[in-house]
Structure formats: C-alpha cells, structure tokens
Design a binder for this molecule. Structure first.
Ligand code: SF4
Length: 147
C-alpha cells in the first residue's frame, strides 16, 4: 500500500494553532487505500498547541504578535522531509492556505484574511526536494474514483 504523509489536522488531530483540527471526511474516506502517516510541521518545528497564528511575508514567517518564527517553520519543513525519507515516501497531502502546509495560496501576512499566490514553508521545501505535494482538494479529486 502506498505511503502518504498527511497533515495531521486533516485526519482529525487537534494540532492547529487554535487547538482544533480540520478533519476532512473525504480524506478519511481514502484511509483504506493508502498508508496515511500524520505529520504537523509546526509542532515538529517546536511550536505548541495552541499557538499564536502566523502568516508568511517576504519569505519569512511572523506570528500575530510580530515575533519572527521563521526558524521554527524551517525546522518543521526539514523534519517533514526527514519523515519522508524514513518512510520512503514521495507523496504528501498538506492542508491548504496554512503558512506551513499551503499550496498555491497563502494568507498575505496582514492577518486580514487576504490570500495571495504562494506556498507554505514546508510545501516549498518539499517541492524543492522532489516530493509530490497535493492540497487536500487536489488529492481528493485525483483519487476519489478509486474507492
Ligand atoms: S502545520 Fe499543517 S498539519 Fe499542522 S496544524 Fe497547520 S496545517 Fe495542520
């Protein structure tokens, strides 16, 4: 069975900044077709749950209090790649719009809900290292017919 790293919040784990999950039923419906391995780059980067929300700006990450947390985000990205290598896994599904996991669109750094083109820190790092990254919608659309 193909191994796929998946954002832990999509699987229902309460690891988000607000202490909640973002459980996605359509992802969970695919659980018998893949070996899902939960991953949360922000936790693996040394941040706590709950935590102050963060957004990317000019290639760095700042939390809403103005603290530069880029190092935590980079560490989480590297640890996620390490997990890919440990599990010999070349495919990940990451939660859209997150400053770590977003793909294609992320919040613009003003904490006003505006989205701009771009990837989260982990998404960018994994893509540069040859890992296939899907958003949850991309993954569902690609594989919903295999059930
Ligand atoms: S870092 Fe990724 S996996 Fe962790 S809570 Fe945020 S979106 Fe979910």
């Amino acid at each position: 069975m193909k191994r796929v790293l998946v954002s832990a919040c999509l699987l229902g784990l309460k690891v988000r900044f607000d202490g909640l999950s973002k459980e996605n039923k359509e992802i969970l419906d695919l659980i018998n077709n893949f070996e899902f391995i939960p991953v949360c780059p922000e936790i693996m980067g040394g941040l706590s749950t709950p935590r102050v929300p963060s957004e990317t700006r000019d290639g760095k990450v700042f939390n809403k209090d103005g603290v530069d947390v880029t190092e935590n985000y980079l560490r989480g990205a590297k640890e996620t790649l390490r997990l890919c290598k440990i599990y010999n896994c070349d495919t990940v599904v990451l939660k859209s719009k997150s400053p770590s996991c977003g793909k294609g669109l992320v919040y613009d750094g003003t904490f006003s809900g505006n989205l701009v083109s771009g990837n989260g820190i982990t998404t960018d790092y994994l893509l540069k290292n040859g890992i296939k990254v899907y958003s949850e919608d991309e993954f569902i659309n690609k594989f919903k017919n295999i059930m």
